[in-house]
Design a protein. Structure first.
Length: 147
């Protein structure tokens, strides 16, 4: 089977995984998450590249890159999820499959997290399974590409 490229894009504060509110986001560090995503990707014949940025502009540039190169994306936009229309507009251009990922379940948390401005422009959303949310997102992308 040919190996398909996938971008996993992590937004603000996700570089601090492992030390940031571990009771909500778990003990896995971002470096460990990168290694896990690559391993899950190999099992699904996906060539997974994981990037993290705290910058809205950089995240948008990466989405534009994915659009031009037609690379499927799984994105955890962090707090940008809840208010960034610029991110929403960039994500709307990325060819599907596109997956919105969250470690926690934003719907069960503070009310400002109940709105996702990106949910309507992605193929689907996976939330609440900790780092396993990423495994599920990669499996969803592989399944869409296999169709
Ligand atoms: C998050 C949920 C967001 O509300 C929050 O701002 C994050 C992380 C998650 O993965 O659960 O930074 O996207």
């Amino acid at each position: 089977m040919t190996v398909r490229r996938v971008l996993v894009l992590n937004g603000p504060n996700l570089g601090r995984l492992g030390v940031r509110e571990p009771e909500i986001y778990g003990d896995t560090t971002h470096a460990e998450l990168v290694a896990m995503c690559q391993k899950w990707g190999e099992e699904l014949s996906l060539d997974v590249e994981v990037r993290q940025t705290d910058s809205e502009a950089e995240l948008i540039l990466w989405l534009q890159e994915a659009t031009d190169a037609r690379i499927p994306v799984a994105v955890n936009a962090g707090a940008f999820t809840h208010y960034s229309y610029a991110l929403r507009d960039a994500l709307a251009q990325v060819p599907r499959p596109t997956i919105e990922v969250h470690l926690s379940n934003p719907a069960s948390r503070e009310s400002f997290r109940h709105t996702s401005v990106i949910a309507s422009v992605v193929t689907g959303s996976i939330s609440g399974f900790g780092v396993q949310s990423y495994a599920l997102a990669l499996a969803a992308i592989a399944s869409c590409l296999d169709e």
